[in-house]
Ligand binder design. Structure first.
Ligand code: PMP
Length: 427
């Protein structure tokens, strides 16, 4: 029974990773944007930015099954699937970013990207933002600064990682109309690193804060910082693990929202819809320079099965018009959330775009993030059959990133449930 299974899990599965809930529902199946527990109860999955096509997608299952039966091997062999997926990714990336390396996760993509910028420039030091999460492997962890994930993140940072203050336009030092001040601050900080004799190999950032619930960077921020990094011979990494694949609605890639093009793209999550799959996309010039300075091989990265999954995900995303759906349904969702924020003082702001949204739970304003309140709302929503989780340095931002299959009816159900929960809390 459920209790026995929980005990067996506690005995054998490491507890370093926290669960979403104190009493997590026991999920047995998924169907589109729904998860179904062992008792047959359906939950609306509002937090899954991996399964963009939804759960239990039969066309994807068929592609895996057929390829697994035919051939699965590693990329030291030649086979069509790796060429097809790589060509597809290169055609989606901006001109000049046409060379692909395939891995199995976002952390691996970030680690590889860090190795590439360091090997190609012959430098060690890397610049990153505070309030960021980039993964769990040693390199990705080093540039992960989000205190929500690791309260000691800033103390345990290795000496080769340098930081810019997150240009948080809601809660940061230059909030609201002062957001334009973040870029000159960043340029001053980079100049101070010059004075200290630090030569940067590169800069890594997400073009919208995933950790903060999708807060957009100030206009022109990435273009300005990237120009300063490049002027010094460094390379710019856009971590697209969360923001890409059309989730923003208007853009396939997150950096498009900033009107700037990176030197290196990292991507994963949505790429395999849950199958382990990630990639680094860069220029031929950078990839060739890395081939001289470093080496790379991944036993399962770029396997025929992974590549067939990657291509099928893009086929389904395109044929089902899911990026357009993210834009249209995302607007309905954001408008509904803004209306709720107007009616309920616990909701301080709605961040993000498309189906990449975050809602601030506050006790008064930006300087009073309410993590206990956010937890309470998430637990009450579970009772309403809705799965949402808090994120951010203060764990007070409701992370709203449903599968891109979500429709008007599900959005309205979610908004009604959130409205009910907030009304109860106020009573
Ligand atoms: N980069 C970003 C922006 C992420 O959000 C994550 C995962 N949350 C990662 C990298 C790491 O990806 P993975 O969990 O697949 O290793």
């Amino acid at each position: 029974d459920a209790d026995r299974l929980a005990r067996r899990r506690d005995d054998v599965v490491a507890q370093v990773q926290e669960h979403y809930y104190a009493q997590p529902p026991r999920i047995e199946r998924g169907w589109r944007h729904h998860l179904i527990d062992v008792d047959g109860r359906a939950y609306l999955d509002m937090v899954n930015n991996v399964a963009i096509l939804g759960h239990g997608e039969p066309r994807l299952a068929h592609a895996v099954d057929a390829q697994m039966r035919r051939l699965n091997t590693n990329s030291r062999f030649h086979y069509g699937a790796i060429v097809e997926l790589s060509e597809r990714l290169a055609s989606l990336a901006p001109d000049g970013l046409d060379t692909v390396m395939l891995v199995n996760s976002g952390s691996e993509a970030v680690d590889l990207a860090l190795r590439i910028v360091r090997a190609v420039t012959g430098r060690e030091d890397v610049l990153a933002l505070t309030e960021a999460y980039h993964g769990w492997t040693i390199g990705a962890d080093a540039v992960s600064t989000s205190l929500g994930d690791n309260p000691r993140a800033l103390d345990t940072r290795p000496s080769w990682v340098h930081l810019l203050d997150a240009p948080n336009t809601y809660r940061g030092t230059h909030r609201g109309d002062d957001a334009h001040l973040y870029l000159p601050d960043a340029l001053d900080r980079i100049a101070a690193l010059d004075d200290a004799g630090v030569s940067l190999a590169g800069f890594i950032a997400e073009p919208l804060f995933g950790n903060g619930g999708g807060i957009a960077l100030p206009d022109g921020y990435l273009a300005g910082v990237w120009a300063a990094i490049r002027a010094r011979g460094g390379l710019c990494i856009s971590d697209e693990v969360q923001v890409s694949y059309g989730r923003l609605g208007r853009h396939f890639w997150g950096f498009e929202q900033q009107g700037a093009v990176p030197d290196v793209i990292t991507v994963a999550k949505a790429m395999g819809n849950g199958h382990p799959l990630g990639a680094v996309i860069t220029s031929r010039e950078v990839a060739d320079a890395f081939a001289v300075e470093g080496s790379f091989f991944s036993s399962a990265g770029g396997s025929p099965v992974s590549c067939v999954v990657g291509t099928a995900v893009l086929d389904i995303l395109e044929s089902d018009g899911l990026q357009d759906n993210a834009r249209v349904v995302g607007e309905r969702l954001a408008n509904g959330l803004r209306a709720l924020a107007g009616a309920h003082p616990a909701l301080g702001a709605v961040h993000g775009m498309g189906l990449y949204l975050g809602v601030e739970v506050v006790a008064g304003g930006p300087d009073a993030p309410d993590s206990a309140g956010a937890r309470e709302i998430c637990d009450a929503l579970l009772d309403q059959g809705v799965i949402v989780q808090p994120t951010g340095d203060h764990k007070n931002v409701l992370k709203i990133k449903p599968p891109m299959t979500i429709d008007d009816a599900a959005v309205d159900r979610f908004l009604a449930a959130l409205d009910r929960v907030l009304t109860w809390r106020e009573a």
